[in-house]
Design a protein around this ligand. Structure first.
Ligand code: G3H
Ligand code: ZN
Length: 288
């Protein structure tokens, strides 16, 4: 089977994007996996620090590795938004396929220093084990929290400058970059952020690395398609899944107040998440 790096290269050549979906539990993983298999497209499962602590690193690695190897299906595991070298290191050691060091809140100097340390560590592990571990880092303001927000947060207009992106990639040696190109983490009640396609293309041109779009929830279809055309290779979706989970669970409990079997209560939840994931994967992979 191809490596994640090779799947990203393939997505870039085909002008499609790989879907990255955050999970907190098995039913969400099932929903994502079912839809990726149905559409026969590679997929990335993301675990933020909080999600990773809840699910368990060892458990997550064991499940994803088993699905990939025993079922021969391209599903990969990403340590999403990790905020320290130690957390990144622990995820690499546990067997994650890729990691994101998120130093967006640090000074540029500090962000570069810790990102480089993460890259050096990943390279060392690759040399020792042969595992190809991808390191992503974030530059610019994308906001934080996969939740529902009243308005676009202050400072969201601050986008990544191509020149800064080029220097950052050169100085850190990262494999993929998450730039700020208009999207915001979470869903905004009033107004939708807009992806700056020209900026995406410019950053892609000067950095030459795969680009990752964070904060995918709630964006318009054309923002995704323009972003992909301009050079986005991976798209992160989390809030839409959380919302689907929450609404379907509340409805399921209300519809059947006497039901106590979790697998019955949660079946409509899986279906609601499948719908979100299927729509997004079709759009990202040009399958409409
Ligand atoms: O890393 C996670 C994401 O960027 C998800 O953002 O909650 O806006 O979909 P979202
Ligand atoms: Zn993100």
């Amino acid at each position: 089977m191809k490596t994640l790096r090779e799947y990203i290269k393939e997505a870039n050549d085909k002008k499609v994007a790989i879907g990255h979906f955050n999970i907190s539990n098995l039913e969400t993983l099932h929903a994502v996996y079912n839809m990726a298999k149905k559409l026969n497209v590679p997929v990335i499962i993301g675990l933020s620090e909080g999600e990773e602590d809840f699910v368990g690193k060892v458990e997550a690695v064991a499940i994803i590795k088993t699905l990939r190897e025993k079922e021969n299906f391209p599903i990969f595991l990403n340590a999403d938004h990790h905020y320290s070298f130690d957390r990144v290191k622990t995820s690499i050691d546990a067997g994650f396929d890729s990691v994101i060091f998120d130093g967006a809140n640090l000074s540029l100097e500090e962000n570069i220093k810790i990102t480089k340390k993460c890259v050096d560590y990943a390279r060392k592990v690759t040399t020792e084990t042969g595992r190809d571990i991808l390191v992503e880092a974030e530059l610019g303001y994308i906001g934080s929290g996969s939740n529902i927000k009243e308005t676009i947060p202050e400072g969201a207009g601050i986008k990544t400058k191509p020149e800064d992106a080029r220097n950052f990639v050169e100085m850190t040696g990262i494999d993929m970059l998450a730039p700020s190109v208009g999207s915001i983490h979470g869903m905004i009640k009033s107004g939708k952020p807009h992806i700056d396609g020209e900026l995406v293309a410019e950053i892609k041109k000067v950095t030459g690395v795969p680009l990752v779009l964070h904060g995918g929830s709630g964006l318009r279809d054309e923002d995704f398609t323009n972003g992909i055309k301009a050079g986005i290779n991976i798209i992160h979706i989390s809030t839409e899944i959380r919302l689907a989970y929450d609404e379907a669970l509340k409805k399921s409990l209300a519809d059947k107040p006497d039901e106590v079997a979790p697998y019955k209560i949660l079946q409509p939840v899986v279906e609601a998440i499948e719908k979100v994931v299927e729509d997004r994967l079709k759009l990202f992979n040009n399958l409409y």
